[in-house]
Design a protein around this ligand. Sequence first.
Ligand code: HAM
Length: 420
Amino acid sequence: MLTTAPRGTVDILPEQAAKFQHVENTFRAICHRANFKEIRTPMFEHSELFNRAVGEQTDIVQKEMYTFLDRSERSLTLRPEGTAPVARAFIEHGIYAQAQPTKYYYIAQIFRYEAPQHGRYRQHQQCGVEFFGTRHPYADVEVISLAYNFYRQLGLRQFDLLVNTIGCPECRVEHRQALSQFLESRIAKLCPDCQSRYERNPMRILDCKNETCQEQLEGAPTPVEYACEACAEHYAGVKAGLEQLGIPYKEAPRLVRGLDYYSNTAFEFHSSHIGAQGAIGAGGRYDGLVASCGGPDTPGVGFGIGTERLILALEAEGVELPSPSSVDVFIATLGQAAEQKALSLIAELREAGFVAEMDLMGRSLKAQMKHAGRQGAARVVVIGDDELARGVAVVRDMKVSQQREVPLAELIATLQQSGQ
Ligand code: HAM
C-alpha cells in the first residue's frame, strides 16, 4: 500500500511529463491566439454544485464523485468535470455583468471513481474551454475548430469529429415522449443500466455502447428529428460554419452526452487507435447551466479534452513527442579547487541559458565523463587543478569527440558561439 499509488491514478515521471508539457504549451498558445483567457478554479467545490449542474440522475453524480465531509461537516466534492466550477466562478465574480462574450480556458485535474482501464483513470487531466454569453452558432464553430486545430497542430491525423443536436428543453419533451413510446415494448431486452435510464433519462439510452441495446435502437426517434425551428436553424449554422472552415465532421444522430446541462450542439472527437476509450475530447452547448446554478440566463458552449488519452492517441499514431531536455554542458572536475570553481561556473552557465550540470557524487574523472554521456551532454568542460592554475579549461565536444583548451575567462562566450 505504502509504495503503490491509489488504484486508477498514475505517476507522471519526467519522460511522460515532457509530453504533457508539450501538449499543455501547444494548448495554451492556441487558446491565447483565439483570445481565451486562463481560469483556475479550486480542485474541490460544494457537492451541491455538481449535483445541480451535472444532474442528480447522471452516472457522474450517482456513482463517480469523490465526495467527503470536511472537518466542519460541509459536503465537498473533488472536481468531476470542469464546466460547472467555471460557471460558478462566472456567477460569483459577476462576470456576466461585463461586456460579453467571456472566453476561458483551463488545464485541470478531474476526479471520477470509474473502473480503471487503458485510457480511463480516477484522476485525469482535461484541457478545456468555456465560451459564455452568446448563442451564435459561430461560437460553437470557434470552440470546435479550436479543438480540431489543437489536435492537428500536435500532429494527430486519424480522428473523427462527431456532431449532433440534442435540441432545447422544449423540443426535447416531444422527443422524450416519442422515444419512451418506442422503447416501451423493448425495455426487457435493454441492459440493466438502460432499464433504469428508461425512467430517469431515456435519451441517454441512445448512446449506450452495449450491442444488444444498439440493436434494439434500430429506427429509434433521434433528437434531431424533433428539433424545433430555432434548434434546427442553429444546428444548420454550426454545420455550415464547420464546412466553411473545411473541418470534416460526421453527423451522429444518436450522440447524446452524459451530463445533464447540455442543450443543442453536442460533439465528440474519437481516435480510432485507443480502443474502447476512444473519446479524446467532447463538449457541447449548455444554455441553461448558468441560470440553473443561480446566475442570469446566459448561454455557453465548451469542451474538455483528456490529456492522457490525447497522448495515447498521438503515440499510437507514431507522432514524435519531446523527451525531457538533456544536458548542454557538463563540468567534470578533478581536485577540490576545480570543484569549487565549477560551483560558480555552473551558476553562470545556467544564468546564460545553458542546461548545466556537475558531479556531486564524488565520481572519478573517467566516471564523470561516462555519466555526462549518459546525461546526453553535448559538451563536457574538464577542469583539473592544473588547468585551473593556468586559467584554462578543456572543452570536449561529445558528438565529434574533439577537444580544445579555452581560457576560463572566455568559456561562456566560446560555448555560446559554438551554439547551445
Ligand atoms: P466528458 O465527456 O465527461 O465531458 O469528458 C471530456 C473528455 O475527458 C473525454 O472526452 C475524455 O477525453 C476525457 N475523460 C473523461 N473521463 C476520463 C477518464 N476517466 N480518464 C481519462 N480521460 C477521461 C466533460 O467533462 C465536460 N465538462 C466537457 C465540456 C466542457 N463540455 C462543455 N464544456
